[in-house]
Design a protein around this ligand. Structure first.
Ligand code: TMP
Length: 203
């Protein structure tokens, strides 16, 4: 089973994924925990390039293509082999992030994304958990935890567009994309996430 986790910055995604990973391992499941952009040595170098702040402005097309360069490497080296070995794959972000950030946030044509998905993405997640919270709440958390990366330096208006992108995916693909209110206590977020996962597998 392939599960992806999505959301704007600072919604508690990493904490939730780690807790789900621990819960699944405790119950003797074979689990791979990974992230995008990244997840392999080469893809992590592409991630660094994407998140660093450069003097030169990165074109939105370059950003999109780098995301897919990293994704191709990650699918081939990590995700597909793990799924073929019957592992549960927990992935911190996947193609929905490219729709939310590059298409809705940056304003790129959705046709570009469609071409990339058709050409390079042979497997979509079975389940996507979208952690949703007002952008201001998440940004305050992101600011408090570390120096802001190239994405985190974007304006609130950018993240509101990203959030509306996730809302669109949730409304148009409700069988795959589930929304969880990330402003709830972490225990409630975890139990809701586990309930969605349990509909697919016995954990
Ligand atoms: P994160 O792993 O800390 O959430 O950071 C990754 C950043 O990359 C985050 O700001 C969202 C962004 N991103 C995209 O813009 N498009 C994508 O396809 C992916 C996977 C991530």
């Amino acid at each position: 089973m392939f599960i992806s986790f999505e959301g704007t910055e600072g919604v508690g995604k990493s904490t939730l994924i780690q807790r789900i990973y621990d819960t699944l391992l405790e119950k003797n499941n074979a689990v791979t925990l990974t992230r995008e952009p990244g997840g392999t040595a080469i893809a992590e170098r592409i991630r660094a390039l994407l998140l660093e702040v450069h003097e030169e402005q990165m074109c939105s097309d370059t950003e999109l293509l780098l995301m897919y360069a990293a994704r191709s490497q990650h699918l081939a080296q990590v995700i597909l082999p793990a799924l073929n070995a019957n592992q549960i794959v927990l992935c911190d972000r996947f193609t929905d992030a490219s729709f939310a950030y590059q298409v809705m946030g940056r304003g790129l044509a959705s046709e570009k994304l469609q071409i990339l998905n058709q050409s390079f993405v042979s497997r979509m997640p079975d389940l996507t958990l979208w952690l949703d919270a007002p952008v201001e709440i998440g940004m305050a958390r992101a600011k408090a935890r570390s120096e802001l990366d190239r994405f985190e330096q974007e304006k609130i208006s950018f993240f509101n567009k990203v959030r509306s992108g996730y809302q669109y995916l949730y409304e148009t693909q409700p069988e795959r994309v589930k929304k969880i209110d990330a402003t709830q206590p972490p225990e409630d977020v975890l139990s809701q996430a586990l309930a969605y996962i349990q509909k697919h597998i016995t954990v």
